[in-house]
Every structure is written in structure tokens, then in C-alpha cells.
Design a protein around this ligand. Structure first.
Ligand SMILES: C[S@@+](CC[C@H](N)C(=O)[O-])C[C@H]1O[C@@H](n2cnc3c(N)ncnc32)[C@H](O)[C@@H]1O
Length: 432
């Protein structure tokens, strides 16, 4: 801890998963998983995703933005997240935990503080959705270990990328291995450097239930969205079609509007919607609802941090390559695709649940200041004798909190059990 280094209201009900039994447990299924193998020749093809999407559109007609995003980001052969480490200065984007360990340390102290008000129940599951390089979880475990809070605790990571799960295991674990037991819901397991069990899952619904701290940092912005556009004839879903050129190489992708009302338009769009563009992520909605359900049933607290809006955002679908914004329809698979998180949807799901306290969203700058980042920075600088180290620390602090950098764009919201209301009235949740 001392040395610092630079580095819709009823929607989820309509989308409710069905359940089936397996190995004596009941677990929800949202979509059937599909498995297929891809020949080496195709995997090596740089235009694999572009050709794959072209063939799909030729066979089925225009596809939804969600279908496009899912293939571009998650295609098992060439999806953007599946084969490489895209984080950091040499990658396509940088995230707060990668800027400084102080970020993870502050979040860890926040979790410990809120957990203490609930009596620090055990067993404790720390769950991170989309852990990137595993940096944030590693910083959190260091703080929990420092405060001797790791007894009867396990770490559960929801990660779709085989490459990133390998990197996470190197960041976090003394040892880890892939599991091939069909009775297990996790696909990798290990022992952290602090000696607690670590498990990897492809989906949040596979994580076993217990009192949990659920953390999602820049995760929900990566989940597929459906896009709707208001026309004189009402809302229409935005689809992706081919813009045919003279040769196969000239073919590009373009946006078109669905002529008919699509199933997702009927299910997702709320009556009274007035925005010109609307983006809705059904995958996110299902996970928000599951987090709420688990917090009510087993207890826990969730912190969701991302860039986003309060139900006012419009056309936010975009792509990033080497730290620059690029056209999302160009060279699919070569850039990160993202859309702003709608914090209002999380609030609505929490309110609908009735037994959940929703707080936020607050800007990263306010959240970090309210939980005392400047005191931590001051304490660290007082101990530092190296000028360069001090400059690095100040630079990281500014990057995380400056409104022109990450301070304003990134926001935090928290979900807590409604049963905590009386206690939280006396001892309010810090940061909000
Ligand atoms: C933008 S990165 C954020 C990484 C990390 N949280 C951070 O802030 O440094 C998104 C992370 O979510 C993972 N991811 C994206 N889509 C996913 C999905 N559908 N299921 C599970 N993990 C996913 C990516 O592989 C990656 O680890």
C-alpha cells in the first residue's frame, strides 16, 4: 500500500430468463451457449469478422446493432475482447485502476466501511464483472489483506476473454488452472497471492450466491445495445446493412432503419419516450436485476462505475482505437465498441424491486473526494522522498479527479439492501 506506481421499468421482467435444473441446482438460462470450432486458416484471416458479418447480413438481411456488437466484441474466433490485451498506453484505452493503485485502494476502503455497517458477514464473495487485467481486484485484495478482512472470503471474476483471464490469473494468483468439469460453473480456478480461492465465470448468473460485494468498473458500457431512432412514423430500430461496392473488397457497413417494428422495439421501448435516439442494453438489464435480487436475498453491496447518463443520453455508440475515436462500422474487431451506461435504468430496476437502496450517480471526482482521496494522497506524499515518484502520484491523482480528464465523465452508483435503511439514515453511505 505504500509504494505507488503509474499504471425500462418492467424491462427485466419481460426479459426474464427461464430456469432448468442441472446437477441438483436450479440455474437461469438466458441464451443457449453455442460452441463451434473455427479452422486455423480462417482464424488467421484479418478480415474474418468483416466477412463473417457480411455473410450473415447476406443470408439473414440487416442485423441489429446488438448483434453486430456481440459479434465484434465477443466472437470466439476474432472478437475484440477475445484475443488480446487492449488496455494501457500501448492499447486502445486506459482505465482508472490502470492509472494508479490509489483508485483500487479507495474503493476497497469504501467496501470495507459499508460492509462493516452490515456486520461484515462471512462467507464473503468479492465479485468483479469484466476485470480487465485484474488490477482493480488485486489492489482490493491487498487492502483487505492489510486490514485482515480476507477470512472466509473468495474472489469471483466474470470474464469472457480467455486471454484476459490468463492475464488476470498472472496478476492475482500464485497458481491457477483451467477446469473442464461440466458440473462446475467456473472455467478457471486459482489461489490468490493472499491465499484465497479465485474463480472465473463466463456469466454473472453462474456465480454462486452468498453475501457479496459486486463491482463493475467499465463493464456495462461493453455490453451490446439496441438502437432506436424517432421518425415521423414513430420509433424504428436502427439496423446494420451492407453498402455494396463494385467488388467484395469495396463492401462496407451502413446504418438503416427497420421498416417494421422489431421484437426488441416492442419489448424494450418505454411508452412516453421522447428522445430522438434511444439506446437500450437488454443484457445489462438482466444483470442489474440479478444483482438487485441477490442483494435482497443474500445481502451485499454493489458499486457500478462507468461513463453514462441519467436517462438523457442519445447517440453514444462509438469505437476507440489507439486512444482515438473511430467509426464503429469500419474494420470490425479492430477497435473497442462502447455505449454510455443509462444509470436511470439501474435506478428504475432498483425502485421496482422495492427492497433496494439506489444511490447516485455521482461524478468520479466527487465520489473520490468524498471518500477522502486527497487525504490518502497527502499521507503518501509526506512519506515520499523521491521527487519523480511524487510527481507521478500527483499526475495520477489529477488524471483521476480532474473534470477535463476522468473526474466528470465517469460516474458511480451504489446498490444496498433496503433493510439497511435505518442504519444508513444514521450512518450514511460515504461518497453519495
Ligand atoms: C473495458 S474493459 C474494463 C476492464 C477493467 N474493469 C478496468 O476498468 O480496467 C471490459 C472488460 O469486460 C470484459 N467483458 C466484456 N464483455 C463481457 C461479457 N459479455 N461478459 C464478461 N466479460 C466481458 C472484457 O473482456 C474486459 O475484461
Amino acid at each position: 500500500m505504500s509504494s505507488l506506481v503509474m499504471r425500462g421499468t418492467t424491462l427485466h421482467k419481460l426479459l426474464k430468463p427461464i430456469t432448468r435444473t442441472h446437477a441438483n441446482c436450479v440455474y437461469p438460462i438466458i441464451f443457449h451457449r453455442t460452441y463451434y470450432t473455427v479452422k486455423r486458416k480462417i482464424i488467421n484471416d484479418e478480415n474474418f469478422l468483416s466477412k463473417h458479418l457480411q455473410n450473415k447480413i447476406k443470408a439473414k438481411g440487416p442485423i441489429t446493432v446488438a448483434d453486430y456488437m456481440k459479434d465484434v466484441l465477443q466472437n470466439p474466433a476474432k472478437g475484440y475482447y477475445m484475443n488480446k490485451d487492449m488496455l494501457g498506453e500501448t492499447g486502445d484505452f486506459i482505465t482508472s485502476p490502470e492509472i494508479s493503485q490509489i483508485f483500487g485502494e479507495m474503493l476497497a476502503v469504501w467496501f470495507l466501511n459499508e460492509c462493516q455497517k452490515m456486520g461484515s458477514p462471512k462467507p464473503l464473495h468479492i465479485i468483479e464483472l469484466g476485470p480487465g487485467r485484474g488490477t482493480l481486484s488485486a489492489d482490493i485484495l491487498k487492502v483487505f489483506s492489510h486490514f485482515k478482512a480476507l477470512h472466509n472470503t473468495s474472489l469471483h471474476l466474470v470474464e469472457i476473454s480467455p486471454v484476459l483471464s490468463e492475464i488476470q490469473s498472472r496478476t492475482l494468483c500464485m497458481s491457477s488452472n483451467l477446469t473442464h468439469n461440466p458440473k462446475c460453473f467456473h472455467y478457471r480456478e486459482g489461489i490468490s497471492k493472499q491465499g484465497i480461492p479465485v474463480y472465473w465465470y463466463r456469466q454473472f448468473k453462474d456465480v454462486p450466491e452468498a453475501f457479496s460485494l459486486v463491482l463493475a468498473h467499465e463493464f456495462f458500457d461493453a455490453l451490446p445495445i439496441h438502437k432506436f431512432h424517432q421518425t415521423y412514423a414513430g420509433y424504428k430500430e436502427v439496423l446494420i446493412d451492407l453498402d455494396n461496392g463494385e467488388t467484395d473488397e469495396d463492401i462496407k457497413f451502413r446504418y438503416v432503419l427497420a421498416r417494421q417494428d422489431t421484437p426488441m422495439l416492442k419489448v424494450l421501448l418505454k411508452p412516453g419516450e421522447a428522445r430522438e435516439h434511444v439506446e437500450i442494453s437488454p443484457d445489462s438489464i438482466l444483470i442489474y436485476a440479478d444483482i438487485c435480487k441477490r442483494i435482497v436475498k443474500n445481502g451485499g453491496v454493489s458499486l457500478i462505475c462507468d461513463y453514462g447518463h441519467n436517462g438523457t443520453g442519445t447517440d453514444t455508440f462509438r469505437a476507440f482505437k489507439q486512444h482515438k475515436q473511430v467509426d464503429p462500422l469500419l474494420n470490425p474487431g479492430s477497435a473497442d465498441l462502447t455505449a454510455d451506461v443509462d444509470f436511470n435504468v439501474i435506478r428504475e430496476i432498483a425502485i421496482e424491486n422495492g427492497e433496494i437502496i439506489f444511490l447516485g450517480p455521482v461524478k468520479q471526482r466527487s465520489f473520490l473526494h468524498r471518500i477522502g482521496i486527497e487525504h490518502r494522497v497527502k499521507a503518501l506524499t509526506e512519506k515520499m522522498s523521491d521527487k519523480k515518484q511524487m510527481e507521478n502520484l500527483m499526475e495520477s491523482y489529477n488524471f483521476l479527479t480532474d473534470n477535463a480528464k476522468m473526474g466528470e465523465r465517469f460516474k458511480f452508483c451504489a446498490l444496498l439492501p433496503g433493510t439497511m435503511k435505518k442504519i444508513l439514515d444514521r450512518y450514511p453511505v460515504v461518497g453519495f
